[in-house]
Design a protein around this ligand. Structure first.
Ligand SMILES: Cc1cc2nc3c(=O)[nH]c(=O)nc-3n(C[C@H](O)[C@H](O)[C@H](O)COP(=O)(O)OP(=O)(O)OC[C@H]3O[C@@H](n4cnc5c(N)ncnc54)[C@H](O)[C@@H]3O)c2cc1C
Length: 377
């Protein structure tokens, strides 16, 4: 079974962590998934439970309440959920660890790790997605506060979030240099409003919302990193991490879909024999297996580079581009082998098909990935 070879970056401890995480996913996330997809979010209780079991902020040092692990643990978590088409819990708080002041880390990271606070990062606006420097949400200094006005859209965890990192313009006359990130605690926050949970074609269990800020006042201590004008650079610095995680989950989704398809075609019969025996089925599976293996080699190498601190943005963008494009094609091919059942939401392959589409859009669209890669050539 060549698809089961060992991950070059993993070891016994990481695989032990993976096993406990997989048990949590099987016993607590999967049974609730249908309800979460219907509701449009997983609810606070599941976040709390994940925090209690130590599955949030796993790559954040123990001193800040995290798991004390590294990217390998985060990757294992993403793999175990993506291979089962589970999307509810996605953690976007790395910016706080990378760029927060000591005080900001002390105040927020332990609560995020416990699942008391759900985190979100709010960059995108109606008029500014790929062109992030064009955002309009304004944060104006007023004494020892900033006053935020504007709105954001498509924000993952927006509905459940207790803590939102809001990308704002502190100087509207500048583009990158005028951008800062403000930390907003949403509970009892005057002037903050969450819009409806948006109705998406996939990722049904993950809430995605609009956020509105009307004269929202936050203390100056909530400026991420403590220096104005750093927001754009803070976002750029974490791109390799963000984009590699998309590549990791794309690869894991392909593997999960491949395994589910193998099981299905061996059990389903047509014309008196398992559909696994048709040459078309065998050839499709052979093609898919080959693409997964190629993806594994590249992603494993990228993970090693990230762990060594040498993964550059262009290479991480290649990982996001290649894996998400391949994921789309592979899952489309595999769904075909399920016939009509592949079109039914109760089959995991159907949910994987709609979930896969966003991978080419968020985290920077794949066209932006090509821009980034071509600039590095
Ligand atoms: C489910 C979901 C979750 C999301 N989560 C978050 C989140 O948590 N936080 C957040 O801030 N945002 C989030 N987003 C937003 C996401 O990052 C943006 O949708 C994405 O960056 C694209 O921006 P846009 O939608 O405005 O598209 P646009 O920027 O308007 O792009 C439209 C098209 O034009 C193309 N295009 C744009 N510029 C160029 C160029 N220079 N060259 C070639 N083609 C170009 C794009 O590739 C795309 O095909 C989420 C979106 C979705 C759907």
């Amino acid at each position: 079974m060549p698809l089961q070879f060992r991950r070059s970056w993993s070891d016994e401890e990481v695989e032990g962590f993976r096993d406990t995480r997989a048990r949590f996913v099987e016993s607590e996330m999967l049974p609730q998934d249908e309800e979460a997809r219907r509701r449009g979010h997983v609810g606070h209780a599941l976040w709390g439970r994940a925090g209690e079991l130590g599955f949030l902020c796993v790559d954040i040092p123990e001193a800040w309440g995290g798991g004390g692990g590294d990217f390998r643990h985060e990757a294992a978590i993403h793999e175990e959920t993506a291979r089962r088409a589970l999307s509810g819990i996605s953690i976007g708080v790395h910016y706080l660890l990378s760029h927060g002041t000591e005080d900001q880390k002390r105040r927020y990271l332990p609560r995020l790790a416990r699942g008391e606070l759900v985190g979100a990062i709010a960059m995108t606006e109606l008029g500014a997605g790929s062109d992030l420097q064009g955002i309009r949400t304004r944060a104006e200094r007023s004494g020892d506060h900033y006053v935020i006005n504007g709105s954001k859209t498509f924000i993952s965890n927006g509905f459940l979030a207790g803590l939102v990192l809001v990308v704002c313009k502190t100087d509207p006359t500048e583009r990158a240099l005028g951008t800062s990130i403000l930390i907003v605690e949403t509970k009892n926050c005057s002037g903050f409003r969450v819009g409806r949970v948006l109705d998406k074609i996939g990722l049904k269990a993950q809430d995605t919302s609009e956020l509105f800020f009307n004269e929202v006042r936050v203390p100056v201590e909530n400026l991420l990193g403590g220096t104005e004008g750093q927001g754009f650079f803070q976002l750029m610095a974490d791109l390799p991490y963000e984009r590699l995680l998309i590549g990791v989950s794309a690869r894991a989704a392909m593997e999960g879909a491949y395994q589910a398809t193998l099981d299905y075609v061996r059990g389903r019969e047509a014309f008196g024999r398992p559909i696994a025996e048709f040459q078309n089925t065998k050839f499709k599976l052979a093609e898919v297996a080959t693409q997964i293996m190629v993806g594994r080699a590249f992603i494993d190498r990228c993970i090693e580079e990230l762990l060594a601190g040498t993964l550059d943005t262009a290479t991480a963008s290649m990982a996001k581009l290649w894996c998400s494009e391949t994921q789309g094609r592979v899952i489309d091919d595999l769904l075909q082998l399920f016939g009509g059942y592949g079109y039914m939401n109760e089959f995991m392959i159907a949910r994987m098909y709609t979930d896969a589409r966003i991978q080419r859009i968020y985290g920077g669209t794949n066209e932006i990935m090509k821009e980034v890669i071509s600039r590095a050539l």
